[in-house]
Design a protein around this ligand. Structure first.
Ligand SMILES: [Zn+2]
Ligand SMILES: [Zn+2]
Length: 274
């Protein structure tokens, strides 16, 4: 099992020491864990300019020395809006030996925080807020330096305050498929982000139908991640993501080393309880 989206206290929105996350990952039976800390430059974001890269790499060294015989620890980073922030994130990506880079859209149009309820009221119809988000994913997919695009329908986590259960990702297929095609053509990936599942929602980010769209557009590179910020949720619901990946037509998962992809066969679906 793999968890390719985990935060520690190197992200402003997590208080968890890296070693505690490693121990949680080992206890959860994970083979590999990627610490993907927030790299954000938007002055309005709590995570901006927080990530201390050299200290992080020293801490990964320390954890690899202590736990490396039990789990593989990857050097990751979650870059916000890599298609807009290349002058800032370029030197960071070039300056350290990253294994894995997530590309995320958190701020739409460089100015609207999709984390805030206000974003879903701003354009008169929440569907327009969602369309803007999904359209910008094509810009990110085309122009960003990253390996895997994070949490495809991330706004659902917050827009639900406005639209309740009226959201259906199938209504946005026209906006989403072009981004998935670009990812596939560039050899980039998408992830199944289990954060909503461990919050007891029905679907991960994104639902299985969009994972299938990615496969249909030629996508090969698929990772799974919990987006955990605390030990209790590290590795959570990864088994459900594996089942969903298989149902969407994938037979392999992507793993990374120094930003090079290698594929491994999907683990078997868990046996139903007797
Ligand atoms: Zn994110
Ligand atoms: Zn994250």
């Amino acid at each position: 099992m793999f968890d390719y989206h985990v935060h520690t206290s190197f992200s402003a929105d997590s208080a968890t020491p890296m070693a505690a996350q490693v121990e949680a990952a080992i206890a959860a039976g994970l083979r590999e864990i990627a610490f993907t800390e927030h790299e954000d430059y938007n002055p309005g974001d709590e995570t901006s300019f927080f990530f201390r890269h050299a200290d992080y790499h020293a801490e990964v060294d320390r954890c690899q020395a202590q736990y490396g015989d039990r789990i593989r620890i990857l050097r990751g980073i979650e870059v916000s809006e890599p298609h807009r922030t290349a002058p800032l994130c370029g030197p960071v990506l070039a300056g350290y030996p990253w294994d894995f880079v997530l590309g995320s859209l958190h701020w739409v149009d460089g100015q609207y925080n999709a984390y805030l309820k206000d974003y879903y009221l701003r354009f008169g119809d929440w569907r327009e807020s969602m369309r803007k988000y999904f359209r910008e994913l094509s810009d990110l997919a085309r122009g960003g330096d990253f390996d895997v695009m994070s949490h495809l329908d991330y706004p659902v986590r917050y827009g639900v305050q406005v639209f309740g259960d009226a959201y259906d990702i199938a209504d946005f297929e026209r906006e989403i498929r072009p981004a998935l095609r670009i990812l596939a053509d560039r050899g980039k990936g998408m992830e199944i982000n289990t954060n909503p599942l461990w919050r007891h929602k029905a679907h991960p980010n994104p639902p299985g139908i969009a994972v299938r769209w990615f496969r249909e557009e030629g996508g090969e590179v698929l990772t799974v991640g919990s987006d955990s910020h605390r030990p209790a949720t590290t590795g959570a619901c990864i088994d459900q993501a594996i089942v969903l990946a298989r149902a969407a037509g994938f037979t392999r998962l992507a793993t990374f080393n120094k930003r090079k992809v290698t594929f491994v066969d999907l683990p078997p679906n868990p046996k139903p309880a007797a």
